[in-house]
Design a protein around this ligand. Sequence first.
Ligand SMILES: Nc1ncnc2c1ncn2[C@@H]1O[C@H](COP(=O)(O)OP(=O)(O)OP(=O)(O)O)[C@@H](O)[C@H]1O
Ligand SMILES: [Mg+2]
Length: 161
Amino acid sequence: MSQRQRIVLAIGLPGAGKSTWFHKQGITPLSSDHLRFLLADDEDEQGFQAEIFRTLRFLLDMRVKMGRPVSYIDATNLVIEQRQPFLDQARELDVAMEAIFFDVPLDVCLKRNSGRQRRVPQDVMQAMAEALEPPTIEEGFSKITVIGVRGETLSEHEENL
Ligand SMILES: Nc1ncnc2c1ncn2[C@@H]1O[C@H](COP(=O)(O)OP(=O)(O)OP(=O)(O)O)[C@@H](O)[C@H]1O
Ligand SMILES: [Mg+2]
């Protein structure tokens, strides 16, 4: 029997190491930053949120319909409200939805963020850290992998089937 198709959603603050982790695994995810570049010529473009995520969901839909076994999504996905459309989409497509949670302290993210002289102001980072809702199985994920500061796997939880 063939394995059920999967969507794997990254969750983590800016600077948590999501893109670095994907790169090290040799994975090319569907990335909101990459789409900002493709659609608006700038990874740091802060407008067009709706267009960016609409495109991301369209590409995800295409990948699943083309039969790709797994599709990764690289975006911060910090709060349930942002993740819900992806969970709804997975349900509609009848594919499994997994989470990779980058559990990295705010001070580490702030340090990395300043080191790459890039975009997210400190007060915005602070607010994002306060808003962050870690993923749970109850939310609808069939598996949750937690990644630590150095990109190491800290834990893996699977839904009891
Ligand atoms: N495991 C790690 N150890 C040390 N430094 C790391 C690690 N992972 C990432 N970094 C560094 O932290 C910075 C941010 O990493 P990365 O771009 O992967 O974060 P991100 O989670 O994708 O952030 P964003 O949401 O802003 O795209 C980079 O400069 C990267 O080199
Ligand atoms: Mg990134």
